[in-house]
Each structure stands twice: as C-alpha cells, then as structure tokens.
Design a binder for this molecule. Structure first.
Ligand SMILES: Cc1cc2nc3c(=O)[nH]c(=O)nc-3n(C[C@H](O)[C@H](O)[C@H](O)COP(=O)(O)OP(=O)(O)OC[C@H]3O[C@@H](n4cnc5c(N)ncnc54)[C@H](O)[C@@H]3O)c2cc1C
Length: 438
C-alpha cells in the first residue's frame, strides 16, 4: 500500500482490514479513478451521501469509497500578492453554489476573483457585447479560481471524511468484470473489488480506453497558452475575450485577497488559443515581445502588459464519449468529454456530471438497488449528454464563425454582436445560461 501524503497533510489512512489477512481484495462500494477537480468533488459528494445514509439507517453497513490518483499532488501555490497558479478556471454561479454546499468554497473565497462584467469583442472589427451582472440583478457573473487552490480545498475536505481512502500515487493496471463485481488491479500489486468504477481520469482516460468506450474526436488544430500577466491598468473585475481569426484570447481577472484594494488588482490569467505553429512561435518569444504582442491583441484596454509569468501550452482536442456508461462503470468530467476552453465550461460541465451521477446513485441507494446497475447509470447519461453536446456544438459554432475572414461574414458578425448588445431579454437569457442558472 502506498498511501502517500497529499498537500503536506495525511489526507487519509487506509485502516488495517481484517478481511485482508486472507488475501481477498479489499472491497469498496465505489472506486473513483482520478483525484482531479471532478473526481475529488464527486468522491466528496458521495462520501457525504453515504455518511448521511449511515446515520439515518444505523443497521446498514457504512459504505466506503476508494479514490485513486496517479500523480503525487503538488502543494498548492503559496498565496502571494504577485504569484498565481497559471492554471485557473472560470466557475459559474451554479458550480460555486454546489462547492459551497460541499463546504469547500469557504477555503477559496478570499482569493477567488469575482467578475461582475464580461466583454466579448471581435478583434477584427467593431463588434462588441458587454454583459453586466446588474442586468440580471446579480452581484457577479462568476469567479476565477486557481486550480491548485480549489483542488487543495477539495482534498482537505476529503481528508476529513472517514469513509474515503485515498491511494496516491497509484495507477489501475486492469479491470476485470465478474458478474456484479469489478476487480481493480493496482500498480502496487493490490486488488480492490467494487460494484462501481467511476472514471474521472481526464481527457486521455486510460480506463475509457481499457474498457473500449467509443469516442468521437475532433481536432481543433489549436493549442492554448496559459500564463499570468501584470497589466498597467486595474482589470475592473471584468472578464474579457477577443475573437481573432487565429483564435480567441481571454483575460480572466485575479485577486490576491478580498482585502486588496480594487485599484491594485492588475493581475489577469490568460488563455490564448492559436494554431499549433503560431502557439510555438509565441512560446519561443522572449517575455518583452510576448507582452508587446498581448498589448496589441488586447487593444491596449488594460494599457501596457508589463510582466508575464511562466507560460504553459496545452494541445486542444474536442472529444465526446458515444456512451458514458457500461455495467459497473461510468465516465465523468474530461474522461467523458473535452471542450474548447474559449467558453470556460469544462470544469462546470464536469461538476454537473458529478452532481447528477451522485443524485442518481443516491436514488439507487434509497431504493436498495445496486450502484453499478445500468438503470441508474443510464439515467445519469440521459440527463447529462444533451447538455454537454449542446455546449460543445455552441462553442464549435462560435469558433468557426470567428475564424471566417470574408468581409460579408465580418460585417454580419459585427452587426449581430452590436444588435444582440441592445436586445435585453435575449442578452439576459444568455447571461443566465453562462452562469449555469437555467
Ligand atoms: C488551457 C485550459 C483552460 C481551461 N479553462 C477552463 C475554465 O476557465 N473553466 C472551466 O470550467 N474549464 C476550463 N478548462 C477545462 C478544465 O481544466 C477541465 O475540464 C478539468 O480540469 C477536467 O477535470 P477532470 O478532473 O475531469 O480531469 P483532470 O484534471 O485531467 O484530472 C484527471 C486526474 O486523473 C489522474 N489520472 C489519470 N490517469 C489515471 C490512472 N490511470 N489512475 C489514477 N489516476 C489517474 C490524473 O493524474 C489527474 O489528477 C480549461 C482547460 C484548459 C486546457
């Protein structure tokens, strides 16, 4: 057993189990593969459901979860006024509320940056749409959170759950389905048995491949560059996006703490999607030239870009599982679908998967049905697939529309954006959709 330390804390200790003396596999009601944002959130939600169920039905044996993670989890970025994790996510209000109900939001709220306005511009024209939370009587449209902070908050909460065992670092060597039980063979030569494996093992999901799930894949022919910038002007708690024919650029506002003065909020995280060749060229630029290019593409809205952190590059591919479930197995998060980051929706869709799968398993628990049964799993798939596909189609449409350089398309695009900007009911409905509230 390699039960490693996580984030400088012993998150979970696997108790010595007398049943193990005979060499039989250790049994868990659910085995979750992958402790990224989605797997960790799902495991935490299910652990709470199991704990509530055990306290209301004291005669039932308490259910347990194994959470498997391949990579040792790095310590979260030490909070500092000038240093941020270059990987961030834009959380919708619906996701924030769910994390709040899981009691993990509190640990993020001081550093999570709320944004009350969003500006979307056609970088090749004059089209512009401005969204303001006040138009839908809300304080803000969403929050930007550093991935490492959110993950550490989830893992800290998991560490306090007595019914989750974290195995880290460990990988799954093979899965063998035998009737209603799956045997999970680990890289540590241990075996686990379970009725349900939930694969939250990311975009290149080894479990999805091992179990022969069919996948639809569309190459975006884009790579995304992420980094943190310091701008001359304060960001004004506005998320900004420029669409250019070579790809979208997003400026996502950051803050070091809720106490910092708004006029001091000069840091933004970028997601800059470009063709792989252009991305390579941008990655090779020195910092001064990279900042100069960003000042140009962002039309000087935040004045001069003064500093850039280490840059990271990610190849982008759209993937969608033809099925998310098989008997005894379910895919969630990026293992089930990946989407272009221009919408900032990947994590939000994944949290919805986790929430809906947990709801369906809670129903199965209350009905006394097996977790791994196809009935509950198919209900999860039916509820999530249409939403995920609709979001993917919308983002593909956006990307294609803004790649077109012909003059008539550009004119229509600019007129459409300006017209939409004046149409309050349609705009308000778009804002609510982007917040995940419809
Ligand atoms: C540049 C960029 C910007 C983005 N911006 C946003 C945004 O603003 N908003 C948003 O909502 N989304 C955004 N996304 C998408 C978002 O980051 C992903 O959708 C999300 O992180 C997926 O989480 P996950 O837990 O499903 O997968 P992952 O984060 O990939 O986690 C999978 C975990 O499984 C582990 N693992 C893999 N294989 C095994 C194995 N065999 N055994 C055990 N463990 C295993 C991995 O180590 C990893 O920890 C962005 C994505 C990119 C690339």
């Amino acid at each position: 057993m390699n039960n490693s330390k996580v984030s400088d804390k012993d998150v979970s200790k696997v108790q010595d189990d007398p049943q193990r003396q005979d060499g039989s596999p250790r049994h868990y009601d659910i085995v979750v593969v992958g402790a990224g944002l989605i797997g960790a959130a799902f495991a935490l939600r299910m652990a709470r459901i199991f704990a509530d169920n055990a306290s209301s039905n004291s005669k039932d044996k308490p259910c347990k979860i194994a959470l498997l993670e391949a990579r040792a989890v790095p310590s979260p970025v030490t909070p500092s006024a000038t240093h941020f994790d270059p990987q961030v996510v834009a959380l919708t209000e619906a996701s924030r509320q769910w994390l709040d109900a899981l009691d993990v939001w509190q640990a993020c709220r001081d550093r999570a940056c709320p944004y009350s306005r969003m500006s979307v511009r056609d970088g090749e024209g004059t089209g512009c749409i401005e969204f303001d939370a006040a138009e839908v009587q809300r304080a803000n449209l969403g929050h930007i959170v550093e991935n490492s902070l959110l993950r550490a908050s989830l893992l800290d909460a998991i560490g306090e759950q007595g019914n989750i065992d974290l195995f880290c670092p460990v990988t799954v060597e093979s899965l063998l389905r035998d009737g209603e039980t799956t045997i999970v063979n680990l890289s540590t030569d241990e075996q686990l048995s379970t009725g349900l494996v939930v694969a939250a093992d990311g975009a290149n999901s080894p479990i999805r491949a091992q179990m022969g799930f069919e996948l639809r894949t569309w190459g975006y022919e884009h790579s995304a560059i992420t980094a943190t910038l310091k701008a001359q002007k304060a960001h004004g708690f506005t998320a900004r996006q420029w669409f250019t024919p070579s790809g979208p650029l997003a400026f996502l506002p950051l803050r070091a703490s809720a106490q910092a003065a708004p006029t001091e909020a000069h840091y933004v995280s970028i997601v800059w999607s470009q063709t792989p060749e252009r991305a390579e060229r941008l990655m090779a630029l020195d910092d001064a030239e990279f900042c100069r290019q960003l000042t140009i593409v962002s039309e000087g809205v935040l004045g001069t870009i003064e500093e850039v952190s280490q840059r990271l590059q990610f190849p982008l591919t759209q993937r969608h599982g033809v099925d998310y479930v098989q008997p005894g197995i379910a895919l969630i998060g990026d293992a089930a679908h990946t989407i272009h980051p221009l919408a900032g929706q990947g994590v939000n869709l994944g949290f919805s998967d986790a929430r809906v799968l947990a709801e369906e398993l809670q129903r199965a628990l209350q009905a006394g049905s097996a977790f791994g049964g196809l009935q509950a799993l198919k209900r999860y798939q039916r509820r999530r697939k249409p939403d995920n596909l609709a979001m993917m189609a919308t983002m593909e449409g956006f990307k294609r529309l803004f790649e077109r350089e012909e003059l008539p398309v550009r004119l229509l695009r600019n007129m459409g954006m300006s017209g939409l900007n004046r149409l309050s009911p349609l705009k308000n409905s778009l804002i609510r959709q982007a917040m995940g509230l419809t």
